[in-house]
Design a protein around this ligand. Structure first.
Ligand code: KIV
Ligand code: ZN
Length: 510
């Protein structure tokens, strides 16, 4: 039997650090539910001291996970961060505090302005301080990839001696080559006393496109926990992609001496969910979960795959959930069928909420012949967005064409329930709609990016618009809107991004 490799998901913490990928608590809970369904071992739910929203998310995810996963709160090596994380983790049955500090010359001298001895002292202190609250303490040696190896071994020794249960070795800047990173982990296993009593974790970034290779090199040399994110979301070029590590371990478990307990059939759904919630699109040729990961277009490849799938496919699509079940719902489907399918997708609602969802389902079913899982996901997410909305779109009427002047009339509802009917012309229908909306909300954001994609099949597909806006203080927010009419989707997405901007600035003032 190979070693069990723990999957530590940090989509909700490091992943959320991608510009524009910020999520509210409801959205984080939706992703956490999917992570639990997938059977991840550890969920890093947030950085509690960083904001009231992160604090609440750690609390709620702790409550949600129960015995099913370890729930982690990140801290700096600072007492008040640790106090705050310990408070947020009180709801968790299996709490872990993740604390640490930089160990590379760049971090020690340029960021922390400390001596090496002070870093060792701080490492010892933060682990001991966190141990006052919880048994399970993970120590991270930030930027270990660029640290002096002997110093790294000294810091890790101090953290082990202080009682850390997990030692996290991050290549924070994605700088290393896989063999060198592997040698670093091996060095720790050879030179740190009692290292066999703790879990070695690897946390790698993708700046040179090698995050997965680095993580696997770590596993090969003694790590038994990998820190990763769905779709490789994360700071700059991102983190190690969970789906890549999991499938590499599935394919090469013997060589790597490792296996995971991940339900791989959930990988595609998790990828879609995270992409939809964060607005970070997955490139079509992304390994494992990209739209083209199992598409064969050249004649020679098609011929090969038709003769034997494994001529050009090393993974069966169904193993990663790429060919999901096809229960087709339509306007003829009743409450029971919809409830059943939503439950299969992991969503249950009290009866009064379900009635609203059913109404929206019928509206969509009236416009389309078939309602797919992606439509249902979009209904549920739209509902979650609306439940926290400051403004919402009640109605939109647009006239455009050649030679018409594009004109939009929008009805926007505010949080007091008052409706505002506004009208504008524009250079195109979306411009007209946005200018009309600005009359109610005020144009406090710049539109940075606009993308539209069909989230279901056919010409009657639901079109999802994702926008990224920048507020006056430089903060980027993503907004989403989904509807059969892409102008309506565009207006909803714009209002969603504005709502996020307003809610974030209110939270910052608290
Ligand atoms: O990349 C990194 O070093 C981190 C640490 C905070 C674990 O994200
Ligand atoms: Zn990181």
């Amino acid at each position: 039997m190979t070693r069990k490799i723990d999957i530590f998901d940090t989509t909700l913490r490091d992943g959320e650090q991608s510009p524009g990928a910020s999520m509210n608590t409801e959205e984080k809970l939706t992703i956490a539910r999917e992570l639990l369904r997938m059977n991840v071992d550890v969920i890093e739910a947030g950085f509690p001291i960083s904001s009231p929203g992160d604090f609440k998310s750690v609390q709620e995810i702790g409550r949600l996970a129960g015995d099913d996963a370890v729930v982690v709160g990140l801290t700096r090596a600072v007492d008040k961060d640790i106090d705050c994380a310990a408070e947020a983790l009180k709801t968790a049955k299996r709490p872990r505090i993740h604390t640490g500090l930089g160990v590379s010359p760049q971090h020690i001298h340029e960021k922390l302005h400390m001596t090496e001895d002070q870093v060792i002292e701080a490492a010892t202190h933060c682990v001991k301080y966190a141990k006052k609250y919880v048994d399970d303490v993970e120590f991270y040696a930030e930027d270990a990839g660029r640290a002096d190896q002997q110093f790294l071994e000294r810091v890790v020794q101090a953290a082990v001696d202080a009682g850390a249960t997990v030692i996290n070795i991050p290549d924070t800047t994605g700088y290393q080559l896989p063999d060198d990173f592997g040698a670093r982990i091996k060095g720790l296993t050879e030179h740190v006393r009692d290292i066999e009593t703790v879990t070695i974790s690897v946390h790698t970034h993708n700046d040179l496109g090698m995050a997965t290779a680095l993580a696997l090199a770590g596993v090969k040399n003694g790590a038994t926990q990998v820190e990763c994110t769905i779709n490789g979301l994360g700071e700059r070029a991102g983190n190690t992609a969970l789906e890549e590590v999991v499938m590499a371990l599935k394919m090469h478990g013997d060589e790597l001496d490792g296996h995971t307990d991940i339900v791989t059939q959930e990988l595609t759904r998790a990828s879609h969910l995270v992409s939809r919630i964060t607005g970070m699109q997955v490139q079509a040729n992304k390994a494992i979960v990209g739209a083209n990961a199992f598409a064969h277009s050249s004649g020679i490849h098609q011929d090969g795959v038709l003769k034997a799938r494994d001529t050009y496919e090393i993974i069966a699509p169904e193993d990663v959930g790429a060919a999901g079940s096809e229960i087709i719902l339509s306007a003829r489907s009743g409450h029971a069928a919809l409830k059943h399918r939503l439950a299969e997708l992991g969503y249950t609602f009290p009866d009064d909420e379900f009635d609203d969802i059913y109404k929206r389902f019928l509206e969509i079913a009236d416009q389309k012949k078939e309602v797919y899982d992606e439509d249902l996901e979009s209904i549920v997410q739209e509902r979650q967005r609306n439940s926290t909305a400051v403004y919402s779109l009640d109605a939109l009427q647009v006239s455009c064409g050649d030679p018409l002047v594009p004109t939009a009339t929008a009805t926007v509802k505010d949080e007091q329930g008052d409706t505002h009917v506004v009208c504008s012309t524009g250079s195109g229908p979306i411009d007209a709609a946005y200018k009309a909306i600005n009359q109610v909300i005020g144009a406090n954001v710049e539109l940075e990016e606009f993308s539209v994609k069909a989230i279901t099949r056919g010409i009657d597909a639901i079109g999802e618009v994702t926008v990224r806006t920048q507020s006056k203080d430089g903060k980027v927010f993503a907004g989403h809107g989904a509807d059969n009419d892409i102008i309506v989707s565009a207006a909803k997405a714009y209002i969603d991004a504005i709502n996020r901007t307003i809610l974030a600035s209110r939270a910052a003032k608290k």
